[in-house]
Design a protein around this ligand. Structure first.
Ligand SMILES: Cc1cc2nc3c(=O)[nH]c(=O)nc-3n(C[C@H](O)[C@H](O)[C@H](O)COP(=O)(O)O)c2cc1C
Length: 351
């Protein structure tokens, strides 16, 4: 049964319920039936050394990662590795557990291959997260920890939450991502200012030598985005992840008036901002592109535009787990067409 025939049953379920079932299957496979992952891996995972790179001292066997928000509690890493992801970003995790926003808060728009979510960092908190990661870290593929403040923490105390989080995750992850770009925690995006970013990265880089990234929102002018990236890089951030979901509801017909939009309708907006950032910072920092990536062609375009790595999330819901090897196989074809032996030769080739 292909994912596409299976999809019509999944789509009968509320999207969040469907995700809970997926999480339960993936977690149980990893925790109790790891031998079955051998078959999953044999079916899905394609490795090719031409796709591997060493970035900031970390070995990535391919450049396709899972975006934050799918595996918020770090419970699915083994299954995600088996379907072929080159790395997985888990979280967003907050210091204390929190339930997130009221349901329903996740909506599918299958006709646009897009999602809208107002989850609000629902997660089990950093203690649980750390426990899960302690059991497997270091793992076969790199693991990024995406961190965010609790909803109840006022903005003027936000730095304290990030301090706790950096301390807790620095020894159980390969890189850290500071998330101040989710639209679903009131006031969070206000932290996307120079002063806070300086304070945040100076603090984080004093605590750890692991790479620390800033993840930014697509809903600002390119000038503002460039200023933010510049202050992050000046404060020793190791890279930029662009972008999170958008609150520009015009991109999605019949969108709700809350939450963030992702998937195909975000593709252009996210890429435009990414390109502006890459023009300015390619070669000066490490860039990761995320937002509407759903094919090998799109992933390869982002890589040639300056991304060392890419991430997918929404397209996984619409295309299924085979998406990862589709993207990698197609990139290998495109690399051959362009005469690149290794993926790192393609990074930034359009610049
Ligand atoms: C249901 C859902 C939950 C998400 N949760 C998070 C999150 O917790 N932290 C985060 O940094 N990004 C989160 N995101 C944003 C994604 O990581 C990604 O940046 C965005 O969806 C754009 O990529 P896509 O178009 O491939 O989905 C979430 C996205 C979705 C759809």
């Amino acid at each position: 049964m292909t994912y596409h025939s299976f999809k019509k049953y999944i789509y009968k379920l509320d999207p969040e319920h469907a995700h809970e079932i997926t999480e339960s299957i993936a977690r149980n496979l990893g925790d109790y039936l790891p031998f079955l992952l051998f078959f999953v891996r044999a079916y899905y995972k394609k490795t090719n050394c031409r796709l591997s790179q060493n970035i900031l001292g970390i070995e990535f066997e391919n450049p396709v990662g899972l975006g934050a928000g799918f595996d918020k509690n770090a419970t699915m890493i083994k299954a995600l590795e088996a379907v072929g992801f080159g790395y997985v970003e888990v979280g967003t995790v907050t210091p204390k557990p929190q339930p997130g926003n009221p349901k329903p808060r996740l909506f599918r728009f299958p006709e646009y291959n897009s999602l809208q979510n107002a989850m609000g960092f629902n997660n089990e908190g950093v203690r649980f997260f750390k426990q899960r990661l302690k059991e497997i870290y270091p793992y076969k593929i790199p693991i990024g920890a995406n961190i965010g403040k609790n909803k109840v923490t006022p903005e003027d105390k936000a730095i304290e939450d990030y301090k706790i989080l950096v301390d807790e995750v620095k020894d159980i992850s390969d890189y850290i991502v500071v998330n101040i770009s989710s639209p679903n925690t009131p006031g969070l995006r206000d932290l996307q200012n120079e002063k806070f970013i300086n304070e945040l990265f100076s603090m984080a880089k004093e605590k750890t030598s692991k790479p620390v990234f800033l993840k930014i929102a697509p809903d600002m002018s390119s000038d503002d985005a460039l200023l933010l990236c510049k202050s992050a890089i000046n404060s020793r951030a190791d890279g930029i992840i662009a972008t999170n979901t958008t609150i520009d509801y015009k991109v999605l017909p019949n969108a709700k008036d809350f939450g963030g939009v992702s998937g195909r309708v975000l593709k252009e907006k996210s890429f435009l901002l990414f390109k502006e950032i890459a023009k300015e910072f390619y070669g000066k920092t490490t860039l990761i592109s995320v937002g509407g990536i759903d094919s090998g062609d799109e992933a390869y375009k982002r890589i040639k535009a300056g991304a060392s790595l890419v991430q997918v999330l929404s397209a996984l819901i619409f295309e299924g787990p085979y998406l990862v090897s589709h993207i990698n196989n197609r990139m290998l074809e495109l690399m051959k067409r362009d005469g690149f032996n290794t993926i790192s030769q393609a990074v930034g080739a359009d610049l």
